[in-house]
Ligand binder design. Sequence first.
Ligand SMILES: Nc1ncnc2c1ncn2[C@@H]1O[C@H](COP(=O)(O)OP(=O)(O)OP(=O)(O)O)[C@@H](O)[C@H]1O
Length: 389
Amino acid sequence: MGATKKIWTAMDVAASQAKQSNNNNNNNNSTVDDSIPYSPRSIDTALSFPVMVPRVIELCKDLFGKWVKLDDSCFSVKTVSGGITNLLLKVSVKEENGDEVAVTVRLYGPNTEYVINRQRELLAIKYLSAAGFGAKLLGVFGNGMVQSFINARTLTPSDMRKPKLVAEIAKQLHRFHEVEIPGSKEPQLWVDIFKFFEKASALRFENIDKQKIYEAISFKEVHREVTQLKELTGLLNAPVVFAHNDLLSGNLMLNDEHDKLYFIDFEYGSYNYRGFDIGNHFNEYAGYDCDYSLYPSKDEQYHFFRHYLLPEKPYEVSENDLEALYVETNTFMLASHLYWALWALIQARMSPIDFDYLGYFFLRYNEYQRQKKMCFSLAQSHLSRSGTA
Ligand SMILES: Nc1ncnc2c1ncn2[C@@H]1O[C@H](COP(=O)(O)OP(=O)(O)OP(=O)(O)O)[C@@H](O)[C@H]1O
């Protein structure tokens, strides 16, 4: 669920960002990489587009010396996507030698600077882009970043399950999970879920109808579910990797001409259980309408697993390895429902976006309840066969 942004890292991120912008009065962004241009400028996302455009051009000139002398008429600025959270602009530039180049300028929305761990994201982008993932980081500024423009189309949920693309996504995810990002390698799943739980269970809504709906939730029950699932997944000895954590169709882009697939948007990236990343991706087959009948069948999942486990020899993956990853993924898939369900409750209270987040909580929590029995017994019988439980 990547529609909006996280809440819980608010204060420490804000503090570290404030410190960073005070320290960065030169053209270096020392906390990310000295070679990445930095500008202390910020651009208010509330500005009207015509007022914003010259400031975006100024910013680009400030970041990239080779554009300083270009006339403003050499720049064209368009909106790629934008809401109240991030605003993504495409800046096309006609350079002195006649070349046309394009970059994206991402302006963090007014609240996101308090809700996303931008330092973690920037660090991940640096290492992931060095490994060939996503757009290249070209510059960082007061409230955003500049990246290379990717010439590709965004996938739809139904694209995502086409066998050829499934194989490619699985293969790339295998490589993605091999990237090493400096810093703590502790899996974040349960840390995040318990943080979400603390916040989500202590909310109060001004809107009476919302408050009533909220009061119908039994947090005692939710807590029990979280604890039970944490215990069960703990028995699986699941590998920990640097995970994307939000691999939905909107975060996959494809250049059809060159047959090149891109993973984008690493805002939620962290060290995490690989089964979570895969199970979370499978949950996204449900698409924008959350139609969980579209969850991939066992055969479809095995197709993914073959290409994930042995990209070069997918048909040599053993039955045992397929079965083990099936169990791992479908147990962590439950955690993805709990994660986004609790996240949605916080969003319901905090987000300025007009979206039925409370309804989304129930969609995810009810689907968790519906799948729980089957997934628990799958994991338990696997564990008893392997002598772990
Ligand atoms: N570097 C890029 N080049 C071209 N298009 C891009 C690029 N980055 C993002 N996009 C397009 O913009 C859309 C939104 O991008 P992204 O998901 O990174 O933004 P976001 O504000 O974090 O959105 P969300 O909150 O929905 O995840 C993508 O689905 C893609 O279509």
